[in-house]
Design a protein around this ligand. Structure first.
Ligand code: NAD
Length: 416
């Protein structure tokens, strides 16, 4: 493991230390919170299409289960390593506590490049991974879901392998499944919908009028498209969007549905009729009222932060703001809905899926939407109140809110 990779988890834990200082936590409590409960590293031999066997490395980290079973996605990416999975598992524990779903935190991953693998190879890899970790997961132990590089089909293969191993159908073992095998309504748009509800609350709390507000979005994938649509329906103007190939800008606003159709047809948002061309990073610094980074981590940095003009930033992506940039934004008075709050709608509807699986009774679109609204609104208000109470920024407040809930659970169990 390289030194740089080792430091990712150490970096992640800085937020814990900041929250611990606000909460006056003792060093032994911080140590207990910093130590993942279980780390699995598995070798997965896969018969490739050329007849040769290739061995992949898979991980599953259960960071903390005091509040409930571990919960978090599975990432298929060439850069997956233990240090990254540990960090992601910790962030899931925080996110689940912020939004109040009764889970601890977990995350998994396989070091592989799914873009270079056939469907057959991906299926064999997924089944091998499910078999390798099956003893340590389950609806009451650890409930995976998709993340970068994985999708509903992969969840289906994973579920099937698990059912065969345990000899029964247990749909609550994994979430974001296809609807036909117990997926929840509303899961596909849940992250965007949740971020939209958080934006409504932020606009009220920070006194930012939404009608006519100019919105700039970096990324135009799964999480960006729904929020663009909901904000447009509310009367906001989508003035800029981008993807990995470039961007589009129109100060009069662009229609998000037409943009999605254009991107599906041309594979880019660049060249959208009536727009001016932007680079992939430009939406971060265009003139706007609300900025929504919805692509990758580390996009708002100390190099471009001075150019940020938005009054409000809603972090749909995970980790889009570097710590240095975050500090500068705070000093400039820019309001931020941090990632662990803004994008928690996905895991919230995953929780709803798990509840429905366990009841064997399924909710309508309207029921899911109403419950998601309630959960996101409450999570925002809790974090905002914590920020007011301690006079701290929203990101630190989110961590304080979460860490307090995890510590309370650990104390109730007698673990600390
Ligand atoms: P996605 O692959 O569907 O979309 C990503 C978008 O970002 C694409 O439009 C891509 O072209 C664009 N992009 C990639 N590199 C870019 C660059 N350098 N500049 C500008 N645009 C770029 O992924 P997604 O599911 O929408 O996830 C986006 C972010 O949201 C990630 O950080 C992810 O971790 C986070 N997130 C997703 C979910 C979910 O439910 N999908 C939940 C929580 C958090």
């Amino acid at each position: 493991m390289s030194e740089q990779k080792t430091s990712l988890y150490e970096e992640a834990l800085k937020t814990l230390k900041k929250a611990a200082a606000v909460l006056n936590l003792e060093s032994d409590v911080i140590e207990a919170l910093s130590s993942p409960e279980r780390i699995l590293i598995v070798s997965i031999p896969v018969k490739m299409d050329d007849g040769k066997t290739k061995v992949f490395t898979g991980y599953r980290v259960q960071h903390n289960t005091a509040r409930g079973p571990a919960k978090g996605g599975i990432r298929y990416h060439p850069r997956v390593c233990l240090d990254e999975v540990k960090s992601l598992a910790y962030w899931m524990a925080i996110k689940n506590a912020v939004v109040g779903v009764p889970y601890g935190g977990g995350k998994g991953g396989i070091t592989c490049n799914p873009k270079e693998m056939s469907q057959g190879e991906l299926e064999r890899l997924t089944r091998g991974y499910a078999a390798a970790i099956a003893k340590f997961i389950g609806p009451d132990q650890d409930v995976p879901a998709p993340d970068v590089g994985t999708n509903a089909q992969i969840m289906g293969w994973f579920a099937d392998e698990y059912y065969k191993i345990v000899g029964k159908t247990v749909p609550g073992v994994i979430t974001a499944k296809p609807l036909s095998i117990g997926g929840s309504r509303g899961r596909g748009t849940a992250t965007g919908r949740g971020a939209f509800f958080a934006t409504l609350e932020a606009a009220k709390a920070f006194n930012i009028p939404l009608r006519g507000a100019r919105v700039s979005i970096q990324g135009y994938g799964n999480v960006a498209r729904p929020i663009a649509r909901y904000l447009h329906e509310l009367g906001c103007k989508i003035v800029a969007v981008s993807d990995s190939t470039g961007g589009a800008y129109n100060p009069e606003g662009m229609n998000p549905i037409a943009l999605a159709e254009f991107k599906d047809k041309t594979r880019t948002v660049k060249g959208f009729p009536g727009s001016k061309e932007l680079s992939a990073i430009d939406p971060i610094t265009v003139d706007c009222d609300i900025l929504i980074p919805a692509a990758l981590e580390n996009q708002i940095t100390k190099e471009n932060v001075d150019g940020v003009k938005a009054k409000l930033i809603v972090e749909e992506a995970n980790g889009p703001t570097t710590p240095e940039a975050d500090k500068i934004l705070h000093e400039k008075g820019v309001k931020i809905v941090p990632d662990v709050l803004a994008n928690a709608g996905g895991v919230t509807v995953s929780y709803f899926e798990w509840v429905q699986n366990r009841m064997g009774y399924y909710w309508s679109d309207e029921e899911v939407d109403e419950k998601l609204k309630q959960a996101m609104t409450k999570a925002f208000k809790d974090v905002y109140q914590t920020a007011q109470q301690h006079q701290i920024d929203m990101r630190t407040a989110a961590y304080v809110t979460a860490v307090k809930k995890i510590v309370d659970a650990m104390r109730a169990l007698g673990r600390i």
